[in-house]
Design a protein around this ligand. Structure first.
Ligand code: SIN
Length: 534
């Protein structure tokens, strides 16, 4: 048993762009404790290839970027949030540059940015650093965070549950977040962190699906933590499947950036025949939901397990320079992008839903803030426009810090956090349950809650996930917690929240497509689930 209580002014969970930028802004106003469950750079940001969408060019305009975002969002974007994110973007990009991020400039010596193009964008507006944009952003920000005297970072530290006044049975009339219990994965110690501000920047939940291009950390921890603490969760049915992940038995679903299509690659069947124009006049650069469904339908039609990308009209020199990581990775698997078709399949990529929050991070639970992919602010609506997520994270981090500093929340004076209770839990001799249920959750989500849904499939999935959650809950209480158990518990809960949200939507909108309700309802609405319990 550990009586240790760590205290901080600002407690941040997650080390992608949202967490790191929030930490840097808040560090001028108090002590920041930032925890992350693996290494600092184990996050989705570090893998982002395409880049960050922002109006940086006289040929472009805020109005066009707003319009493109609203069209992709299929009637569910919050227009004010879209306008805010788009118009605040350039200042945040300048800040990233000052922090040391180098975006590619044109080779003509003009100092203008070499802007990329992606699906659904009417203009070239994606700032990039080749295809390792996220890595460049992450390493610049990690360096700043590590050298800041007011920021303490703890790697291999995983949050078990948030601590709320409701859970502490405080007489406080409103439920309020006061910190969290965390597990130090290296020593096994579980202790409390007490803070008036807890900011979740934990990223997405791609691992809820069998096939995903997300890194292993994307287990939906923020959504699960917030829901168990009583915060509202919104629009979880809108899971974005990236259309083009490398299909190869040895590749762990490596992403082939949409920027490759932005530079002219065509989607073709395995015989090399283009097919996208059959589905949408915008062809291979149609928004992702349309492209992913078209690929799914072609795979079903041809019986081949994949479709292909064709960028053979570009020279090897160009491809190596513009897409160094993709070029090398394909070559490693025996694919020469300049000569061969690249086999691809869709896989889970981004969750447009999340903890219901304002752009400045406020959730329905006082003391709890959410920024980045784990939050649902209204920017993405029913479908995210490519490369809008890093922009949302960087704008949201700044706005949340401003809000927290100008309107600081307070912890009740008489707060007393007890040490973590181990109860009668013992070390597990049944870890096979974790491995088995992990696969079962992900397979069930892929088979029944994927790109094309039906009522029957959703019902099947709901029944199975509920049984699994019941088993996981028993296991959680019987055995000492491990990182794997915690991730499985979160993943299964997030799976259930996705299914419940999907069952509530009786229409096909954006990323939610169901054969039982193929048309659109007249009045777009968000799906909001009230928070649950520990
Ligand atoms: C990509 O590079 O295709 C991913 C960009 C994004 O999802 O925003």
């Amino acid at each position: 048993m550990s009586n240790r209580i760590e205290r901080a002014d600002f407690f941040i969970v997650g080390s992608g762009i949202a967490g790191l930028m929030s930490a840097l802004h808040l560090a001028d106003h108090g002590r920041v404790l930032l925890v992350t469950k693996k290494r600092l750079n184990d996050c989705n940001t570090n893998q982002a290839q395409g880049g960050i969408a922002c109006v940086m060019d006289g040929a472009d305009s805020f109005d066009q970027h707003i319009k493109d975002t609203l069209i992709a969002g299929a009637g569910l974007c919050d227009e004010k949030v879209v306008r805010d994110v788009v118009s605040k973007g350039p200042a945040r990009i300048q800040e990233l540059i000052q922090l040391g991020v180098e975006f590619h400039r044109k080779a003509d010596g003009s100092q203008e940015f070499d802007l990329g193009r992606e699906g659904g964008h009417s203009q070239r507006r994606v700032l990039h650093a080749g295809d390792i944009t996220g890595q460049r952003i992450e390493s610049a920000l990690v360096a700043k965070v590590l050298s800041h005297p007011n920021i303490q970072t703890l790697e291999h530290t995983m949050v078990i549950d948030l601590i709320t006044t409701r859970w502490l049975k405080q007489t406080d009339p409103e439920n309020r977040c006061c910190g969290a219990y965390v597990l130090n994965q290296l020593t096994g110690e579980i202790y409390a962190v007490q803070a008036p501000v807890t900011l979740l920047a934990t990223g997405g939940c791609g691992k809820a699906y069998l096939y995903t291009c997300n890194p292993d950390i994307a287990t939906g921890d923020g959504v699960a933590l917030a829901w168990r603490a009583g915060a509202r969760i919104a629009n979880m049915e809108f899971v974005q499947f990236h259309p083009t992940c490398l299909y190869h038995p040895q590749a762990k679903r490596f992403l082939i950036s949409e920027a490759v299509r932005g530079e002219g690659a065509e989607l073709v069947d395995p015989e090399g025949r283009p097919f996208m124009k059959k589905y949408d006049p915008r062809g291979s650069l149609a928004p992702r939901d349309i492209v992913a469904r078209a690929i799914d339908s072609e795979i079903k039609r041809t019986g081949a397990p994949y479709c292909c990308l064709d960028i053979r009209h570009k020279t090897p020199e160009y491809l190596k320079e513009r897409f160094p990581k993709i070029y090398d990775t394909c070559a490693k698997f025996g694919i020469d992008m300049a000569k061969d078709l690249i086999p691809i399949v869709p896989s889970a990529h981004y969750c447009c839903g999340g903890i219901q929050a304002t752009l400045d991070g406020i959730t329905s639970l006082p003391g709890l803030y959410a920024v980045g992919e784990t939050a649902c602010t209204g920017l993405h609506g029913a479908n995210r426009l490519a490369s809008n997520s890093l922009l949302e994270a960087v704008v949201g981090a700044y706005d949340a810090a401003e809000r927290i500093v100008n309107d600081p929340p307070k912890i009740p004076d008489n707060l007393s956090i007890p040490p973590w209770e181990y109860g009668t839990a013992v070390a597990s001799d049944e870890a096979v349950m974790v491995a088995h249920n992990w696969m079962e959750v992900r397979t069930c989500m892929w088979d029944y809650v994927g790109i094309v849904r039906t009522n029957k499939r959703l019902m099947r999935a709901r029944n199975r996930i509920r049984n699994l959650r019941h088993e996981i809950r028993e296991y959680y209480f019987d055995y000492l917690v491990t990182p794997d158990t915690l991730e499985l518990r979160n993943l299964a809960l997030v799976g259930e929240l996705i299914i419940r949200s999907a069952m509530r939507r009786h229409e096909s909108r954006g990323l939610h497509y169901t054969l039982d309700y193929p048309s659109l309802l007249d009045n777009p609405h968000n799906t909001v689930l009230p928070g649950g319990q520990h």
